[in-house]
Design a protein around this ligand. Structure first.
Ligand code: PMP
Length: 389
């Protein structure tokens, strides 16, 4: 039997060992790392809200209600701010109700494993987030994974599989490691045609995509065709936590069945207050301005990378992967960029399929165009040196 230490050594030898870096101070478009100022190019804090003064003040207001919620929601941990945030999320998403979860990971495992069980069928895009896959495994339903965004393959599965049980089609709205968008119009049509529920995980679209920031569903004009809108509060919205926005019946069902909701202490008041402020902000002219800045920054950065000859893997959003291939070259790329003042992570298996390692660059509304141009220049220099372009 291999010891833990031997397994760790094997990970190192394969270039798959993972470790953490400490960011000093608050999250922003520039941060201090190992005593040095670097450009932040790997945060999901897309609108820069994680350190926004309005969210900070809201969190301070929230502390007036104490720091802990004391119990799970069904015991005594439901406070006024939980209700208020859920109402705000439901009105933002245009659904009857919304239900909070403690993180996106907890939401996906809880929602998927509650909605389907043994004898039911899940149809899941092959590149869906790990938390969806874990929820599917927990559910014990039959899991049918279709090739990425391949709706013809999905239709064949829907025709052939699933029997008489419940059927759930589940997809990321924006794919977290590729930055492309799910074919939501076709998914809505197929869900209707084959009597399936449609769940969209919009962790990376919420606050960011669509004219009013409601996410990938708004961008594609299909908000009403989605049965379960899952979203997170810790990325574009700058706070922490997650939600399901859906019909009153589905939310009521989740309260009774979702184990990660039932058996976990609820979110604390400061976080709830910050999340309410985040939605207000995203829904205001300031939010629109931030989305426009993010879109302009993203377009500029992609244009510079394309000029340098990089493959950005079909990205359609602020998540901009740079294809490298092998794990060791990807990690070398990331290491050299950090030495040149750019913080961007290499993404390897099991997060992405082997042989498709990449740098995952994420753009923020609060980046200065000039610093993104400079970063693209440095990325091109290092990429050439390492033979990536
Ligand atoms: N879904 C997707 C698509 C994600 O990218 C993530 C976060 N990486 C999650 C869910 C989990 O969200 P959280 O970080 O709030 O647990």
């Amino acid at each position: 039997m291999q010891t833990f230490a031997e397994e760790l050594e094997a990970l190192r030898a394969e270039g798959l060992y993972r470790s953490m870096r400490v960011v000093k101070g608050a999250q922003g478009s520039r941060v201090e790392l190992d005593g040095k100022q670097v450009l932040m190019l790997c945060s999901n804090n897309y609108l820069g809200l994680a350190d926004h003064p309005e969210l900070r003040s809201a969190a301070v207001f929230g502390v007036a209600f104490g720091v802990g919620s004391g119990a799970s929601r069904l015991v005594s941990g439901t406070m006024e701010l939980h209700d208020k945030l859920e109402e705000r999320i439901a009105s933002f998403k245009g659904t009857e109700k919304a239900l909070l979860f403690n993180s996106g990971y907890a939401a996906n495992t809880g929602i998927v494993s509650a909605l389907v069980g043994r004898g039911d069928a899940i149809f899941s895009d092959r590149l869906n987030h790990a938390s969806i896959i874990d929820g599917a495994l927990l559910s014990r339903a039959d899991l049918h994974r279709y090739p990425h965004r391949d709706t013809a393959a999905l239709e064949r599965l829907l025709r052939d599989k699933g029997g008489n049980g419940r059927r759930l089609i589940v997809t990321d709205g924006v794919f977290s490691m590729d930055g492309d968008i799910a074919p939501l119009q076709d998914l809505v049509r197929l869900a209707k045609q084959y009597g399936a529920l449609l769940m969209v995980d919009d962790a990376h679209g919420t606050g960011v995509l669509g004219a009013t920031g409601r996410g990938s569903g708004e961008l594609m004009g299909v908000m009403d065709g989605i049965d379960i809108h899952m979203g997170t509060l810790g990325k574009g919205l700058g706070s922490f936590g997650a939600y399901a926005a859906a019909s009153a019946t589905i939310c009521e069902y989740l309260v009774n069945k979702a184990r990660s909701f039932i058996f976990s202490t609820s979110l604390p008041p400061a976080v709830l207050a910050a999340s309410i402020a985040a939605i207000e902000l995203v829904d205001s002219p300031q939010g629109k301005e931030l989305r426009e800045k993010l879109a302009a920054n993203t377009a500029l950065f992609k244009e510079k990378l394309a000029q340098a000859g990089f493959d950005t893997m079909g990205s359609e959003t602020q998540i901009v992967p740079i294809f490298v291939g092998p794990a060791d070259a990807t990690m070398e790329f990331s290491k050299e960029l950090l030495e040149r003042g750019i913080f961007v992570q290499g993404i390897r298996p099991p997060t992405v399929p082997s042989g498709s390692c990449r740098l995952r660059c994420t753009i923020m509304a609060t980046h200065e165009p000039a610093e993104l141009e400079e970063a693209a220049g440095i990325i091109a220099e290092v990429g050439k040196k390492l033979g990536v372009v």
